[in-house]
Design a protein. Structure first.
Length: 132
């Protein structure tokens, strides 16, 4: 007699993540055993190995952990920023800061998440916190 595990039925964690973003909700799984959030979403907590995860909405607040500028010719779109942002809730993700010159993004800058839905798969970028 075979049994199925309900944790593996339905959409995977990446699809759930995109579905939340499509609904303007920046959410990630939080382990209910060690209480850590993690990015990129997966079915097992990378911190403690637990399957006891729950999706929670994030504040969207973060801080630039590292940053670099990708330099391109103006006809190819010009320079843009690539950075790692540490979210207030703990996980760190790669993204970019928009709304300022790429060379003005500094480590330690406070940023806020923005959900971009210009493509089939929405994604998160960040804007500087005003007054920072």
């Amino acid at each position: 007699m075979s049994s199925t595990d309900d944790r593996f039925n339905g959409p995977g964690p990446d699809q759930i993540y995109y579905n939340y973003l499509r609904e303007d909700n920046f959410s990630l799984p939080q382990c209910q055993d060690c209480h850590e959030f993690h990015f990129y979403p997966r079915v097992v907590c990378p911190h403690c190995g637990s399957f006891n995860l729950e999706w929670k909405t994030l504040s969207g607040k973060g801080e630039v952990y590292s940053t670099t500028t990708i330099r391109r010719k103006p006809e190819r779109g010009g320079h843009y920023n690539v950075c790692h942002v540490t979210l207030e809730e703990g996980p760190r993700l790669m993204s970019r800061v928009e709304g300022v010159d790429s060379l003005d993004v500094k480590i330690g800058d406070k940023v806020t998440a923005v959900i971009n839905k210009d493509s089939d798969d929405p994604f998160v970028t960040f804007t500087p916190v005003q007054g920072d």
